[in-house]
Design a protein around this ligand. Structure first.
Ligand code: OGA
Ligand code: NI
Length: 335
């Protein structure tokens, strides 16, 4: 059985000027109808080089409680490295189809890694206008290089360098988020598996779409991760649900977009909120994004931190293994 890639569907669709009905959203999801137009949402900007630790903690904590998303500037990752990450990922997706299929998710395989297209249809049988590649990048024991592109040849080195340079940024964020909860620097990361916390890179590839007002890239969701650190390309597409409406997020060149994921909402017993988001597609341009999901190991149990609950503030979430959380979420079962 051949899996149909959106990239291939897109090249046929651009000739015809229409898209298959499986990609046409119901009215309550169509971006043209449901987006607040002409307003770019300015999500909080966190300057990581700010020497005033107290104010940094306060701004990250405020953003995580009221938005669940913020952008980070002066993070220390060289802009050349981010450009190289984008260039190498783009080159992979521009390879001939059979080259990409060499690292496709095998049929019937349950793992997350590999090149692919979401098979499971969403509500009402609709599909997202996007292909993807997933592979783990950290810790070294979690890496399976089979799922890393061999082409372009610099892909591995670039992605290893990017993962390495992201670790201190993530650690700093975890420290600040911990302080915002009245904890010590290392406590939040400890509650997520400590040094076994796994970094999974996803590349989203959204080909041009003849009917961008009717389709979505990634459907509305919150991330299952603890934090997601995302690099977009220059094509607008990320939307956030705020005050009951969908808004486009204003990009800042070279900023990292940080999403609070479900696991941090759980650990904080609901004080920090995971952000509800989706992505749209563009008529003429290919959009890409590189979210890095920071996830607990599968067997690791996550629940509200005992220090953050009390008789007046009882646990609002169950404590469970991360793999069980993922299973319930993917199968739309109650947690
Ligand atoms: C995701 C996601 C948003 C984007 O892949 O989980 O939310 O901007 N992507 O591509
Ligand atoms: Ni997401």
């Amino acid at each position: 059985m051949e899996v149909e890639r959106v990239q291939e569907i897109a090249s046929l669709s651009s000739l015809k000027g229409t898209i298959p009905s499986a990609f046409i959203r119901l009215e309550n999801e169509q971006p043209a109808i449901t987006t607040i137009h002409g307003v770019l949402l300015e999500v909080p900007v966190i300057d990581l080089s700010n020497p005033d630790h107290q104010s940094l903690v306060a701004s990250i904590s405020e953003a995580s409680q009221n938005w669940g998303i913020f952008q980070v500037v002066n993070h220390g990752i060289p802009s050349e490295l981010i450009s190289k990450l984008q260039k190498d990922g783009k080159e992979f997706f521009e390879l001939p189809q059979e080259e990409k299929e060499k690292i496709a998710k095998p049929i019937g395989y349950e793992g997350v890694e590999g090149y692919g297209t979401k098979l499971q249809k969403e509500i009402e049988g609709k599909k997202g206008w996007v292909d993807h590649l997933f592979h783990r990048v950290w810790p070294p024991s979690a890496i399976n290089y089979h799922f890393w592109p061999k082409n372009p040849p610099s892909y591995r080195d670039t992605n290893e360098k990017y993962a390495q340079s992201l670790i201190p940024v993530a650690d700093k964020l975890f420290g600040l988020l911990s302080r915002g909860l009245g904890l010590e620097d290392g406590e939040l990361k400890q509650g997520l598996g400590g040094e076994e916390l796994t970094y999974i890179l996803k590349i989203n590839y959204y080909p041009p779409c003849p009917c961008p007002e009717l389709a979505l890239g990634v459907a509305p969701h919150t991330d299952m991760s603890s934090l997601t650190i995302l690099v977009p390309n220059e094509v607008q597409g990320l939307q956030v649900f705020k005050d009951d409406h969908w808004y486009d997020v204003a990009y800042i060149p070279n900023a990292l977009i940080v999403h609070i994921g479900d696991q941090i909402e759980i650990l904080s017993n609901g004080k920090y909120k995971s952000v509800f988001h989706r992505s749209t597609v563009n008529k003429d341009k290919t959009r890409m994004s590189w979210p890095m999901f920071l996830e607990p190991p599968p067997e690791f149990e996550v629940g509200p931190m005992p220090k953050l609950t009390s008789e007046e503030n009882p646990p609002k979430y169950k404590t469970k293994k991360f793999k069980d959380y993922v299973y319930c979420k993917l199968n739309k079962l109650p947690q």
